[in-house]
Design a protein around this ligand. Structure first.
Ligand code: AOF
Ligand code: ZN
Length: 354
């Protein structure tokens, strides 16, 4: 099962998203006869590839599956449960249930009904961790939200110099971006920092870039957006409210920039985060990375839309002129873990809700 999980993990999240990462190993008389991982969204499932490789040798084999096999139809590929039964496997060892409401235990029951011995829960925690973004999205219809903020020891997110955090921390942020389907920031961050928010390999932009989402209720960036780096380096979506003036919308349309208008503004006149998350979920965004600034981070944290957060703390005191990371009500994180990235400290926080 450990090997099957490694196989699943060898495929980047963004290749299979919004589908899960899955590995399958077929074993007979103590020997591996075929193994496979789900490679890309819309492509054959791990089980289907492994069964195809094994041919009629699959009869009587044990299938090690990192995820309960699918049993539902009217989707991209045929259900794997029938394929496993048809191939005559004797036993299935399954790490975790597929929380997709259309599967959720039904796949396992169907295998058992067909006389296949099923053992489940082997390395369950690891398997659930591997697909935590997918499980969240498939249950709620909204992306899993990861917040990443870099700050000084006095909780400020700006400094007189360009960079707060060190090279190691910047590399870590690249890892987070690689696992994200979309990256969100507020309009002030775009105006002040002109960020690229791209995934880079050795300084070169990767072929597959996440969707960049900007919260801009009134499309106040309309004039400068076409000149900002965000509008060049990958897909971009501005989220606004019905209060955004027509002239600004027209400017965005002329510049070819995609705009999503929330049906209503929230009580403070902002884009309602629940509606935006629903929309991103519909667009197949499974893992959303929120990268600031302070107002955006505060809203996401206060409204409890953050599932997991990373805080990079640099050995720096910025002073009171610098912008704050957070300006909401006191909040203490249980389950925090800390590690060093050179002379920066990295806090990892899980919200454990829902
Ligand atoms: C995958 N790969 O290896 C397994 C999946 O539209 P389809 O046919 O690709 O089916 C997607 C669903 O199948 C997905 O939501 C999940 O519940 C289930 N299992 N999906 O992409 C796999 N085993
Ligand atoms: Zn399947």
């Amino acid at each position: 099962m450990q090997k099957a999980l490694e196989l699943a993990q060898s495929v980047a999240h963004v290749r299979t998203a919004p589908n899960p990462r899955v590995g399958c190993i077929l074993v007979k008389r103590g020997r591996v006869i075929a193994q496979a991982a789900h490679q890309r969204f819309g492509g054959p499932h791990a089980e289907a590839i492994a069964l195809e490789k094994a041919g009629n040798k699959a009869e009587g084999a044990t299938a090690y599956l990192t995820l309960e096999p699918c049993c539902h139809s009217d989707k991209k590929t045929p259900p794997c449960v029938q394929a496993l039964i048809g191939a005559g496997i004797a036993r299935a060892v399954i790490a975790c249930k597929d929380k997709n409401p259309r599967v959720n235990g039904r796949g396992i029951r169907m295998l058992r009904k067909a006389g296949i011995a099923v053992t489940q829960g082997i390395l369950r925690a690891k398997a659930q961790e591997l697909n935590r973004f997918f499980f969240h999205w498939v249950r709620t219809g909204r992306p899993f939200v990861t917040l990443k903020m870099a700050a000084s020891l006095d909780g400020r997110i700006t400094s007189a110099h360009r960079w707060l955090s060190n090279q190691q921390a910047l590399r870590f942020v690249q890892q987070l971006r690689k696992e994200s389907d979309a990256i969100l920031v507020g309009k002030d961050t775009v105006r002040n920092d002109d960020p690229r928010l791209t995934v880079r390999n050795n300084k070169k932009p990767a072929a597959l870039q996440p969707l960049r989402v900007v919260l801009d209720s009134r499309l106040s960036l309309a004039d400068r957006m076409p000149r900002m780096r965000l509008s060049r380096n990958g897909p971009l979506l501005l989220a606004c409210t019905p209060a955004a003036p027509m002239t600004n919308r027209e400017k965005m349309r002329k510049a070819g920039i995609d705009v999503w208008t929330a049906p209503d503004a929230d009580a403070r006149g902002h884009v309602p985060l629940d509606g935006l998350l629903d929309e991103l979920g519909r667009r197949g965004i499974v893992n959303l990375l929120v990268e600031g600034g302070g107002k955006t981070a505060t809203t996401f944290l206060e409204q409890e839309f953050v599932d997991e957060a990373w805080f990079v703390m640099a050995p720096l005191l910025s002073g009171p002129q610098a912008a704050l990371l957070y300006s909401g009500k006191e909040k203490r994180f249980k389950h925090a873990q800390v590690r060093a990235l050179g002379d920066d400290a990295l806090f990892h926080v899980r919200m454990l809700r829902g």
